[in-house]
Design a protein around this ligand. Structure first.
Ligand SMILES: [Fe+2]
Length: 291
């Protein structure tokens, strides 16, 4: 059993995302999980301030970056993975089922140069795959449901669960994106909740809740089992699926869905500049029924 990593958290208030810098204290090997590229949709302005903060923290601790890990293709923020790769030469990794997400959205965005071998990612991870991190190990757990490609990263008694679970008072993530599935999400969550009760779970998002105004992103298997409003012990798969699907039916598309996905299925690589030197995102237009 490997010991625990040293964990630094970076909260992005614009998107309620938490990125992580995880390190093996013995070897100083480190990984960054779910880094955010700052993006203002009104002005089209992007900045690497948030990602730079993580890099600065890594450099302050004399860490060597071994991986940039994505838990999934996020639909609410742009990923800074590609920028960090350029700064550090660390490989960008994601679950192998990203191919399915790329297929769906590659068509929507007409990304003709998106190759079948998942192109912009360096490592496509399989369930159970082990990534060595100095004296520690990162085990990949395929935890689909929110998206078909979601993975969690387990390091000893710590798991980075992406959008598989939220804090117990908030529940779970939506499962209505293309390829998402509430039943699979329930089963993925059960897999996580079968880990020892003291296992520490680190989330990718926190939106606070009706009973608190402070953002939190660390919880345990025990408190999820006891308190999660959607999946605590005793809530059946059938009851969860009914609740999740009913809630999802009333949710609007995330504000940054279209800008995010076209960049994130390419590991955060921005579209190439056009002849005038400017990069453009694409917004596919669809006529509403009845027009
Ligand atoms: Fe997500």
């Amino acid at each position: 059993m490997s010991s625990s990593p040293h964990i630094q958290s970076f909260f992005d208030p614009a998107t309620n995302t938490i990125s992580y810098l995880v390190a093996d204290p013995a070897s100083r090997q480190a990984a960054i999980i779910d880094p955010v590229l700052d993006y203002d949709p009104a002005s089209g302005r992007i900045s690497t301030c948030s990602a730079q903060r993580i890099l600065d923290a890594a450099r302050a601790d004399d860490l060597q970056l071994a991986y940039i890990l994505e838990t999934h293709a996020h639909a609410d923020h742009l990923s800074a993975a590609d920028w960090l790769r350029q700064q550090t030469a660390a490989p960008v990794a994601i679950g192998e089922h990203i191919r399915q997400v790329q297929e769906i959205f590659g068509d929507l965005f007409h990304l003709q140069d998106l190759t079948a071998d998942a192109g912009d990612f360096d490592l496509l991870l399989q369930d159970g795959q082990i990534l060595p991190l100095g004296t520690l190990q990162i085990e990949v757990l395929h935890t689909p449901g929110h998206t078909p490609a979601c993975v969690s990263y387990q390091m000893g008694d710590v798991v980075f669960v992406g959008d598989t679970l939220f804090m117990p008072d908030y529940g779970t993530a939506r499962a209505d994106f293309p390829g998402g599935d509430a039943r699979r999400l329930y089963r993925s969550i059960q897999r996580l909740l079968a880990l020892p009760p003291s296992t520490r779970l680190f989330l990718c998002h926190d939106y606070t809740g009706s009973q608190r105004d402070r953002h939190l992103w660390e919880t345990t298997v025990a408190s999820q089992r006891e308190e999660n409003v959607h999946v605590r012990t005793g809530i059946s798969e059938q009851a969860f699926v009914a609740l999740r699907e009913q809630r999802d039916a009333g949710l609007a598309a995330p504000a940054l869905l279209l800008p995010s996905i076209q960049v994130n299925i390419r590991a955060g690589r921005l579209p190439p500049a056009e002849a005038n030197g400017t990069r453009y995102l694409k917004i596919p237009l669809r006529l509403s029924a009845g027009n």
